[in-house]
Design a binder for this molecule. Structure first.
Ligand code: MTE
Length: 296
């Protein structure tokens, strides 16, 4: 895998821009210093306010403002994660246990939603692969499934009339080689801050070459599997959404929308969408021989 930054150092947004007044803060995360800084785009980061007020997190409602508006009652601490399935170290791990051995990195990634908008986010996190290795997956683990918390008392999108929005709990999945890819990130913060509830506190996935819906929030279960998980949006609209969901500007068999362009939030003009969201040099080889038109 290629090392970043590939863009000249002179073009990298200065680290100070995020870290000047803000130390990477807050109780638990203060003990975990950010040790690396990886910028994968020369595009400027989308402002914090935009990234945290224009969200998809249907557990809090389907409008873009709902997660910020209704996320306040959600309690991301204490937190634990159940590790299940084909591995030698299943169990229930506290968030502290999960985070402890990992050095945190800042990674500036592009994020492209299947709805046609995009943002650039300075995430704080660590590679999912480093976490998965600790549970010693067996040879049967060809996929990993991830599941979001179900708490109707704290998540208005999961109760009353809104409960029918999606089949709960939200789940997602990756092929094991995708999960182990160094770009696949577990994020615990953004812009040098802990993740706010609307962004998927206390930890979420970020898979920058796939449509945003793969980047599941507020994860409570990791399950190693020998079969492909049947994921939320596949259940909801199989003609629109597939398992792979690689960003693909070319025509595919998905009947959702033309994916050849996108609007960066804050921009007036649309821009061309790049194959694999611009990460093709690093990830295209994962899909050699796979028909990407059919496997949307
Ligand atoms: N995770 C859960 N649990 N519930 C959701 O509704 N929405 C997905 C993804 N993860 C979603 C989720 C979609 S469609 C997108 S585009 C991204 O989260 C949005 O992440 P952001 O709000 O941090 O930009």
């Amino acid at each position: 895998m290629r090392r970043w930054p590939r863009i000249p150092a002179s073009e990298i947004t200065p680290r100070d821009r995020y870290f000047d007044r803000r130390q990477f803060l807050a109780s638990m995360l203060a003990t975990l210093p950010v040790t690396k800084h990886l910028v994968t785009t020369s595009d400027p980061p989308t402002p914090y306010k935009t990234v945290t007020t224009y969200n998809n997190f249907y557990e809090f409602g389907s409008d873009k403002g709902d997660p910020a508006k209704y996320g306040g009652a959600f309690k991301p601490k204490p937190w634990s994660i159940a590790v299940e399935g084909a591995c030698h170290r299943p169990g229930v791990y506290t968030l502290e246990d999960v985070l402890k051995p990992h050095a945190l990195e800042e990674r500036v990634y592009r994020h492209r939603c299947v709805e046609g908008w995009s943002i650039v986010v300075p995430w704080i996190g660590f590679p999912l692969g480093d976490l998965l290795k600790r549970f010693e997956p067996t040879g049967d683990a060809t996929y990993v499934e991830l599941v979001t918390v179900k708490r109707p008392d704290e998540m208005p999108g999961q109760r009353g009339a809104l409960a029918a929005l999606l089949p709960w709990p939200y789940n997602e999945g990756l092929r094991m080689d995708e999960a182990m890819h160094p770009l696949t990130l577990v994020a615990v913060g953004l812009y040098g801050e802990e993740l706010p509830n609307q962004s998927g506190a206390p930890l979420r996935l970020v898979v920058p070459w796939k449509y945003g819906f793969k980047s599941i929030k507020s994860i409570v279960t990791l399950r190693f599997r020998d079969t492909q998980p049947h994921t939320t949006w596949m259940k909801e609209a199989p003609l629109y959404y597939g398992f792979y969901a690689n960003v693909n500007p070319a025509p595919t068999n998905s009947t959702f929308r033309d994916q050849s362009t996108e609007r960066r939030l804050g921009d007036f003009f649309m821009r061309r969408t790049l194959p694999f969201n611009g990460y093709g040099d690093d990830v295209a080889s994962l899909y050699t021989g796979l028909d990407l038109r059919r496997n949307f």
